[in-house]
Design a protein around this ligand. Structure first.
Ligand code: NAD
Length: 541
């Protein structure tokens, strides 16, 4: 019997390992990278806790060495997707009726397992399979995932504690019911942590999920699934179903018990899924919750009072870490003409120092972009930019896919503030810069606000507080995560809840209680301690 009144303390963020050269940390990680490089893992579906091999397979290859196969994974057919839904629904009652303290205990255990036993395994899989450098894998696959496990447990406890007032005559309570049905989690390639969170945030609130991982993050995602199983997530609560997106979605959206979509990925995919849901609306038991975090065209806006060292570093790291494949990556900058000549020199000097190559080599800040489709798309933008009269390529511009999908860190100086790379999400290491007249600060803020359909992240660099406040006001709806004198990437769970609006998504703020609230359907229960026994009002007696 569990009769404890349980209260969790606010957790601390997981400390980031430094991986200094010659440290024991780096030695162990390199050993694991080598072990995984030599293996070829056979990755099954995991449905109702059972491994299923369909024989319909595809390969996982290293983006920075595409001749190197890391794994073969099995893809779901319609029958397996249907089975995953049935397994989820069969697991539902026991899971939602388990005391919430037991569910959060599993999440906290997952955090401990990842912090120790699984850290190198999942970091190495992220480095090899998604071409993240060691530091980027550590802050994502290890630290952010652990933070989600711990902070979601804490926020869940806060939500359950939040109860309406009662009185001497009545008792009121809110029962935070999970959604009626199952949740469909569709996850992106670029953050291992997001893949975990899109499943675990609904699950911690008592929901069950069907999980379609990204084709290009299958290796790390498979190990995450194994970790969750070892942490004690019961069979059927999360069902790992790699496969063709449209096929999986077709079966999921046709099901009456589909209760919610938890998505992160591109704006185009999200719109397609939302339309499909809308078309099936009459078939559902409830209005599904649709939560999606999508693309960005994230900006750095400089005032002429900005510190140039901080600004040039923010542009270089914000645009080029993880090859510009963070939804929050800086990809357009607005720079006043008076500071540009000096900034250009500093920026190009910083970019010249960036090394690119094998993601496992600690010297390299950049690895490869995720796959050939991404490479071809970005290279197409670069080829057009090179011949455009509106653009001057001031750094990089080259690309080579012979061994891996490598795109140089590139800076485009755009004369036209509406040139395609100022507006469109490229999802690659390309920064577009527009120079404005110093006396057009406010007009340029308006231009920045209106230029792109997205509104995810953005920064203002200014040492003039009035200018910073002007930017903060003018760009109120241009970013859901806004930074003063910092790059627009690197949000930390519990510190900067993450998400944007406009075409960037539903802004339900992963890593905060807002998100968890989307996965419950509260029931209010009133108990009258002294029910009336007469139809007359008091004054009628
Ligand atoms: P994507 O849209 O190509 O894929 C996302 C997921 O959707 C993958 O699992 C993919 O297989 C799946 N998918 C595609 N079509 C589908 C369909 N019809 N049915 C079901 N699933 C389908 O995105 P991506 O390339 O993996 O990720 C990059 C995008 O994600 C960028 O636009 C980036 O900005 C965005 N992103 C946003 C955030 C955020 O918090 N706002 C975070 C990370 C990534």
């Amino acid at each position: 019997m569990n009769n404890a009144v349980f209260r969790l303390e606010r957790p601390h963020n997981e400390p980031v390992y430094r991986y200094d050269p010659d440290s024991e940390e780096v030695r162990q990680l390199q050993e694991e990278i080598l072990r995984q490089s030599k293996a070829c893992v056979d990755i099954p579906l995991i449905i109702g806790g059972r491994e299923i091999r369909t024989g319909d397979t595809a390969e996982v290859r290293m983006p920075h060495d595409h001749g190197h196969r890391l794994a073969v994974y099995h893809k779901a057919g319609r029958a397996e997707v249907a089975l995953a839904i049935e397994s989820a629904l069969a697991a539902k009652d026991a899971w939602m009726n388990l005391a919430w303290e037991e569910r959060v205990s599993i999440s906290l255990k997952a955090a401990e397992l990842l912090g120790k036993k699984y850290r190198n395994l999942i970091n190495a899989a992220t480095i090899l399979g998604q071409s993240k450098n060691i530091q980027q894998a550590e802050i994502d696959a290890a630290c952010e995932t652990i933070d989600y496990f711990r902070f979601n447990a804490y926020f869940a406890s806060e939500i359950y504690r939040d109860q309406p007032m009662s009185s001497q005559l009545m008792l009121n309570r809110i029962e935070y019911r999970p959604l009626e049905g199952f949740v469909y989690a569709v996850t992106p390639f670029n953050f291992t942590a997001i893949a975990s969170n899109l499943n675990m945030s609904p699950a911690i609130m008592g929901n069950v999920t069907v999980w379609k991982p990204s084709d290009t993050a299958i290796l790390s995602n498979y190990y995450l699934m194994k970790l969750l199983q070892e942490a004690g997530v019961p069979d059927g609560v999360i069902n790992f179903v790699p496969g063709d997106g449209p096929l999986v979605s077709g079966v999921v959206f046709a099901h009456r018990e589909f209760a919610g979509l938890h998505f992160t990925g591109s704006n185009g995919t999200f719109n397609r899924l939302w339309r499909q849901i809308a078309e099936n609306l009459d078939n559902y038991r409830s209005y599904p919750r649709v939560v999606g975090e999508t693309g960005g065209k994230d900006f750095i806006f400089a005032h002429n009072s900005a510190d140039l060292g901080a600004l040039s570093t923010a542009i270089a790291l914000g645009a080029f870490e993880y090859q510009g494949q963070k939804c929050s990556a800086a990809s357009r900058a607005y720079i006043p003409a008076s500071i540009w000549p000096q900034l250009e020199g500093e920026l190009c000097a910083r970019v010249a120092k960036i090394l690119m190559g094998d993601a496992a080599d600690a010297e390299n800040l950049m690895g490869a972009v995720i796959d050939e489709r991404a490479f071809d798309k970005i290279a197409g933008f670069l080829e057009r930019a090179k011949v455009s009269p509106d653009v001057e390529v001031i750094a990089g511009g080259g690309s080579d896919k012979s061994k891996g999908y490598f795109v140089e860190p590139t800076i485009l100086l755009c004369k036209n503030p509406h040139y395609e790379t100022m507006e469109t999400e490229l999802f690659g290491p390309v920064m577009s810069v527009y120079i404005y007249d110093d006396d057009k600060f406010e007009e340029t803020l308006a231009l920045c606000n209106e230029t792109s359909p997205y509104a995810l992240t953005g920064s203002i660099f200014s040492n003039d507080r009035y200018a910073a406040m002007k930017a903060c006001d003018a760009l109120r709806y241009a970013a859901g995560n806004f930074y003063f004198n910092d790059k627009p990437t690197g949000a930390v769970v519990g510190q900067q809840p993450f998400g944007g609006s406009r075409a960037s998504g539903t802004n339900d703020k992963a890593g905060g209680r807002f998100n968890l609230l989307r996965w419950v359907s509260p029931r209010t229960i009133k108990e009258n301690l002294t029910p009336p026994t007469d139809v007359c009002y008091p004054h009628m007696f």
